[in-house]
Design a protein around this ligand. Structure first.
Ligand code: FPP
Length: 248
């Protein structure tokens, strides 16, 4: 059997019972990858989109229940206009191109972030892909787009405050479980594993609430080069960890 075929199955050195249920990724290093190849930054993003598709397929093949990815942060608007425009059209084009396959493969796609600020044509494509995959029962794939962790917490606090003002929620009823219901991730478990590529050791405002007990894996590999072998390595490292959740 060729190594490619073997990697379609869960590698034998991984314990199926101890796989992370939810994997989150910060896809960093597209610009550096492009620079090293003598290409414009946007070529790195295009290649990064292919890497993401392959990771989604791999998660599905290996039985991971949820994948969440940081595609565009609330801070990314500060990038050059051409790069922002390119990213918005890339998201829209890929959604249009991949929707049929996602429907067929059982992927349930979700978006999280302040979506109203995105171009209208992208919003329409987002609505269509969410609606058409709503009934799917396979892997849940969430794309954080115009997402900020602090913004998410602030909007949850604001929504709860409105409920309190209306008398629907009593202040003493506010606990972690109630708070979670107002986050974008109300219906999914917190990530067990966060992967960040390109060696940066920061959370960059990604899922600040949800990362409370995530295992963090950082690799120097640049996102466009993050393939199945790299993911296998990340999962092996994860299975070596002793998750104590604050206990002994
Ligand atoms: C960070 O690398 C990457 C981004 C801000 C964009 C990530 C988006 C994709 C990979 C496309 C995903 C596609 C879909 C359809 C969701 P960087 O540009 O900051 O890299 P650098 O640090 O090397 O400059």
């Amino acid at each position: 059997m060729s190594p490619k075929l073997i990697l379609q199955e869960l590698p034998a050195d991984l314990d199926r019972e101890r796989l992370p249920k939810h994997v989150a990724v910060i896809m960093d290093g597209n610009g550096r990858w492009a620079k090293r190849q003598g290409l414009p930054r946007i070529a790195g993003h295009s290649r990064g989109a292919s890497t993401l598709k392959e990771l989604l397929r791999c998660c599905k093949d290996w039985g991971i229940e949820a994948l969440t990815t940081y595609a565009f942060s609330t801070e990314n608007w500060g990038r050059p206009l051409e790069e922002v425009d390119f990213l918005m059209s890339l998201f829209e084009g890929k959604l249009r191109q991949e929707l049929r396959e996602m429907v067929k493969e059982g992927v349930k796609i979700k978006f999280m972030g302040n979506l109203q600020a995105l171009p209208k044509s992208l919003q329409a494509e987002i609505e269509r892909s969410v609606a058409e995959t709503e009934q799917n029962q396979g892997i849940r794939f969430t794309v954080a787009t115009n997402y900020g962790g602090r913004e998410e917490i602030v909007q949850a606090a604001r929504a709860i405050a409105s409920q309190v003002k209306l008398g629907q929620v009593q202040p003493e009823e506010i606990d972690e479980a109630l708070f979670k219901r107002y986050l974008y991730t109300a219906d999914v478990c917190d990530p067990d594993l966060l992967i960040r590529t390109s060696g940066e050791m920061r959370l960059s405002n990604f899922m600040l609430w949800q990362m409370a007990y995530a295992e963090i894996y950082i690799t120097d590999t640049l996102w466009p080069d993050f393939d199945r072998k790299e993911f296998h390595r990340a999962l092996c490292a994860y299975q070596q960890r002793n998750r104590r959740f604050g206990k002994v």
